[in-house]
Write a protein that binds this ligand. Structure first.
Ligand SMILES: [Zn+2]
Length: 446
């Protein structure tokens, strides 16, 4: 019998959903350094550390392509209000946040993402340095940016829209500054992004400036697109064209663009957006909560790369997958939308949108060891037959037991390994209490 192969970590006796083929039962995944070394029988390996999956399902780490962790502070309180309540009176305002407050809320968001099986997340907001610190400390693979805009959101709360070039320059400078300190940090786990907020909150000049920086750095852009009717109307009034046409005119509508929402697109516009090969961050939880949904099947058919996100709602990508299917069928997609494909939206398609195709979102030798192990004893995850169906249609972020990112165990049997989860939750509640009091609403926590 050949000598067993040495490896750093072995996840043994799992049902592996590799992402590029059918599930495999009773197999083990060996990790060396930050990468998957081999998939085989447990007896073939001599691991330094072993996690016994006990027949539990092992998935590629989920890729969550759009979030703003500090906005967690309004979650659960704004869903019955109108659009963009974060700029509405009586709600804690983004511009109130200190860097320290943003950091505590970002840690909560990053911890929640980890616990629910998102190994890669995109996060951009004010105080990007705080977001980067939080993602690094929690152990996520993360794409972090500042929210670049030149409309003052403080004035938006008062109902005024005014472009302030100095504000745009300052926020762009802050984003660029982040690259110098954080891009490639944590052995490459933290990457920086350029994220102009949206075509209505960024002037043409600012979008152009950000686009030039992206070209210079060979980067794609992250933004919101066709998120609200108000955005479409504002851009039409200002530019005489739809938001995606403005991006196209500036050379930004292409396969490097990752745009969240894409709800308010006319049929003819969908063809143009799709033909550009753009990446869509589909946010069914948040969009449905506000009564909208992206024409996701038409976008897919037109050529767009569909990815999934939770966008600061419950960071449960299982819920997002299930809702994506349900809402598409309510909108008439029928059975053209398939379970395995939607799991791909949450994994491999996200990897492709972020330029990490083949590296993450897949379980195969040579790929990064970003892995999610589900609870082998969870009743909602039985029966396991093909493996994929039960995960998408009955799984939950709460089923996530162990998470490996870059070959390191970041969550083991439900507990974070790098930090004290209870402390993160406690500090975030304290920050939220203060912000809600300031908005005139005393939380029940006292
Ligand atoms: Zn967003």
């Amino acid at each position: 019998m050949p000598e067993p192969t040495a490896c750093d970590l072995l996840i043994s006796d799992a049902v592996v959903i590799p992402g590029d083929g059918p599930a495999l039962g009773g197999v083990s995944v060996a990790v060396r350094g930050d990468r998957i070394h081999a998939i085989g029988a447990a007896a073939d390996f001599a691991p330094a550390h072993r996690i016994d999956a006990r027949g539990g399902i092992l998935l590629p780490g989920l890729v969550n392509t759009h979030s703003h962790t500090p906005l967690m502070v309004v979650r659960g309180m704004v869903e019955d209000l109108g659009f963009a309540p974060a700029y509405t009176k009586g709600i804690p305002q983004g511009h109130w946040l200190s860097a320290e407050e943003a950091y505590h809320l970002a840690r909560l968001g990053a911890y929640e993402l980890l616990r629910a099986g998102s190994t890669t997340a995109v996060d951009f907001y004010l105080h990007p340095e705080a977001l980067a610190r939080a993602a690094a400390e929690v152990g996520l693979r993360a794409f972090i940016g500042g929210r670049i805009a030149d409309v003052d959101t403080a004035e938006l709360a008062e109902g005024r829209v005014r472009h302030d070039p100095a504000l745009g320059e300052a926020l762009l400078a802050e984003s660029l500054d982040l690259f110098a300190r954080w891009d490639g940090a944590e052995r490459g786990r933290i990457r920086c992004i350029l994220a102009p907020h949206a075509p209505d909150t960024c002037s043409r000049a600012l979008l152009k400036a950000v686009g030039e920086e992206a070209r210079r750095r060979d980067l794609g852009l992250h933004t919101h697109l066709a998120q609200s009717k108000g955005e479409v109307e504002a851009v039409r009034a200002r530019e005489g064209m739809a938001p995606h046409e403005l991006l196209d005119e500036l050379g930004l509508l292409n396969d490097r663009l990752l745009a969240a929402h894409c709800i308010w697109l006319e049929p003819g516009e969908i063809a143009r957006v799709g033909a550009a090969g753009m990446n869509v961050a589909h946010a069914p939880i948040g969009n449905a909560a506000h009564g909208g949904i992206a024409p996701i099947m038409a976008l897919r058919d037109a050529g767009a790369n569909i990815t999934l996100c939770t966008d600061t709602k419950s960071a449960d990508m299982f819920e997002s997958m299930r809702l994506a299917i349900g809402v598409a069928r309510v909108k008439g997609a029928g059975y053209a939308i398939k379970t395995a494909e939607v799991l791909g939206w949450a994994t491999a398609n996200g990897a492709r949108a972020l330029g990490l195709e083949g590296d993450i979102g897949i379980i195969r030798p040579g790929a990064k060891a970003d892995l999610v192990l589900l609870d082998a004893e969870a009743p909602n995850l039985r029966p396991v037959v093909d493996g994929t169906g039960i995960v998408v249609h009955s799984g939950s972020g709460a089923n996530v037991r162990t998470v490996v990112i870059d070959g390191r165990v970041m969550l083991e049997d439900g507990r974070p390994t790098l930090f004290d989860g209870a402390e993160v939750v406690r500090e975030a509640q304290k920050v939220a209490d203060g912000l809600w009091r300031r908005a005139g609403r005393a939380p029940v926590t006292g």
